[in-house]
Design a protein around this ligand. Sequence first.
Ligand SMILES: Nc1nc2c(c(=O)[nH]1)N[C@H]1C(S)=C(S)[C@@H](COP(=O)(O)O)O[C@H]1N2
Ligand SMILES: [Mo]
Length: 441
Amino acid sequence: MPSGGAPRQERSLHEIHADDPERADALAWGRRGMLRGAALAAMGAAVGAAIPFGRQMPGGLLPAALAQPAGAPAILRMDGKGALLILGDRPLVAETPETLLDDDVTTAEAFFIRNNGQTPEPLTGDPRAWKLRIDGEVATPLDLTLGEIEARFPLVTRRLQLECGGNGRAAFVPETRGNQWGNGAIACAEWTGVRLRDLIAAAGPGAEARFTGHFGADPHLSGDPNRQAISRGMPIAKARDEDTLVALRLNGRPIPTIHGAPVRLVVPGWPGSLSQKWLNRILIRKDPHDGQGMGGTSYRLPVRPVVPGSRNDGRDFADMQSMPVRSVLTSHAHGARLPAGTRALALRGKAWAGDLTVREQHVSVDFGRSWQRMDLRDPANPHAWQSWSGTVTLPSDGYFEIWYRATDSTGAMQPHAAPNWNPQGYGANAISRAAILVGAG
Ligand SMILES: Nc1nc2c(c(=O)[nH]1)N[C@H]1C(S)=C(S)[C@@H](COP(=O)(O)O)O[C@H]1N2
Ligand SMILES: [Mo]
């Protein structure tokens, strides 16, 4: 601590932020929540450029450029996979950078990975011999091979979003348990398969058929054969949705091992954990399923808001169903540097809203003072995401943030902060901010 009259070495806001973010905030913003003159200059120095819209920055908000976790994330190296960001290696969890989501149909290479257990060994032998059992509250339990399933039931092909229930989790304050996803636990690929409802109908569901339970062949992390890596279930109405598929192909090709070969569920619009990989059994039940990942605070949200950071056993929670509205920016990476003089930015991205559709997409480059409506395309089919694009104009060189926000078909829009805090961090669909430097450095 400096004392007496010794000249004090000024520290940059960036350094202060590194060990005392609250003090950095207090220095940067006065009590009125307005970025002050000297602090604005300091902030500009920290991000390496002037901040032309700095006076519009809300109080307590640090530039997105500073809100970067320390250290570069590890990049996945795996045959058939692109440069995903590794969030965990046991179990393997890897996120897709937003710029790899630019294609209308997500490639197998770009598809995010979320394992809860071990990855099964690659299939040897004929995938058509793989067996799927449908039993429980049915008149005729079925044991069908994939060969039989393909021969017996109509095949459909649809573009379907698959999004982890924890997508966006890193935005929760205070931090919640689990993989700290940015926005990249989303994919919209072309899936081919049979409808789950056709299989259920063939088994003759009884009057008590109200829920499903899903089982897969991946070993538990511990290797204990009596434990499931994950085994979730849903109300029968979602199982009967025409877009809920028992999928055999991803983008016209056999499903890669890491994504559930040779067969998986695709339950679009609901938490990805329902989309059981390496699927070998569907149990039809009269009561909600009680497998791994059901009950407590797992994939469940508070019915009444809880105090952020508080402990909770989830007794008052309800299963998460349709995922909330969210968008990604795919044309520009967070932290992109653009040549001096760049004034027009052609932006592109995707937006989706669980079982709903997206009605509007907006972008702000002045910290939310004004919002510009983007062009938004219709989805290719229900449960597919939507592409958006538009050009924004910057007034000068400097530091900017692109804020992007989608609004769903009911009028609900992405909030400024992750809403409805919950211990395991589901449903964080906060507005995202990408930092852009024009002509700096
Ligand atoms: N058998 C099995 N299925 C599973 C999982 C798993 O660990 N094992 N993870 C689930 C979760 S939490 C998600 S988000 C999706 C991810 O699918 P992906 O790895 O193909 O992206 O698969 C779901 N299906
Ligand atoms: Mo997930």
